[in-house]
Design a protein around this ligand. Structure first.
Ligand code: SAH
Length: 213
């Protein structure tokens, strides 16, 4: 399998053609070996235009969704980023290419362990993973210049707004299992401003300030 070619085609046909413009995001997604983050049996489909199962009833997001969310964070290279929902670790690797430090929280231990192994094998040393309920955020390293939530929340957890820096951006899918909206949150001195980006479908954010299991 020529994964590099598959990645190039993915960037052109799924990302550029649908309006992703940030060169750094396109370069990062052209570089990170997505196939490493899925099971061997699914590797030939890793660059397809869809999400894929990663075990524990969870999924790795469709490449376009990863690009859209990442672009909305407007990363320039020096940011401290919080990710909720490590899953496979693929989104974490894309972020690691684009900012200074990534703090990623995952509630399912087996997924966190696998993600850590894959990130280590690719030498992504600027990603820290914690096994915890991410609806609490990760207070020790706050404030964050950017926050990305990769599971659907009933509402935006206040702890994540609190841990966002003034001038920071957050992207989070909000809504129930069947209908969610990808929301961008910008925080300034006066409070927050929210903008709807598009409809989307994510697995549920399960936790104290999320959905009950
Ligand atoms: N970013 C991931 C997508 C993972 S799917 C990737 O690139 O593969 C969403 C993940 O969020 C799942 O792994 C799920 O277990 C996790 N999750 C759901 N609720 C959570 C919570 N409260 N805290 C941390 N992780 C959570």
């Amino acid at each position: 399998m020529d994964y590099e070619t598959l990645r190039k085609v993915m960037v052109e046909e799924q990302l550029i053609s649908r309006g992703i413009k940030d060169k750094r995001v396109l370069d990062a997604m052209g570089k990170v070996p997505r196939h490493i983050f899925v099971e061997e049996a699914l590797r030939s489909r890793a660059y397809g235009d869809y999400p894929l199962p990663i075990g524990e009833k969870q999924t790795i997001s469709q490449p376009y969704m990863v690009a859209l969310m990442t672009e909305a964070l407007g990363l320039r290279g020096n940011e401290n980023v919080l990710e909720i929902g490590t899953g496979s670790g693929y989104q974490s690797a894309v972020l690691a290419e684009l900012c200074d430090r990534v703090y990623s929280v995952e509630r399912i231990k087996s997924l966190a362990i696998k993600a850590r192994e894959h990130l280590d094998s690719l030498k992504y040393m600027n990603v820290a993973i914690k096994i915890f309920d991410g609806t609490y955020g990760w207070i020790e390293y706050a404030p964050y210049d950017a926050v990305i939530v990769t599971a659907g929340a009933p509402e935006i957890p206040q702890s994540l707004i609190d841990q966002l820096a003034i001038g920071g951006r957050m992207v989070i899918p909000v809504g129930d299992e069947f209908s969610q909206v990808l929301v961008k949150v910008e925080k300034n001195r006066d409070g927050i401003k929210t903008t709807n980006i598009c409809g989307c479908v994510f697995v549920k954010l399960v936790g104290n300030y999320g959905w009950k299991e």
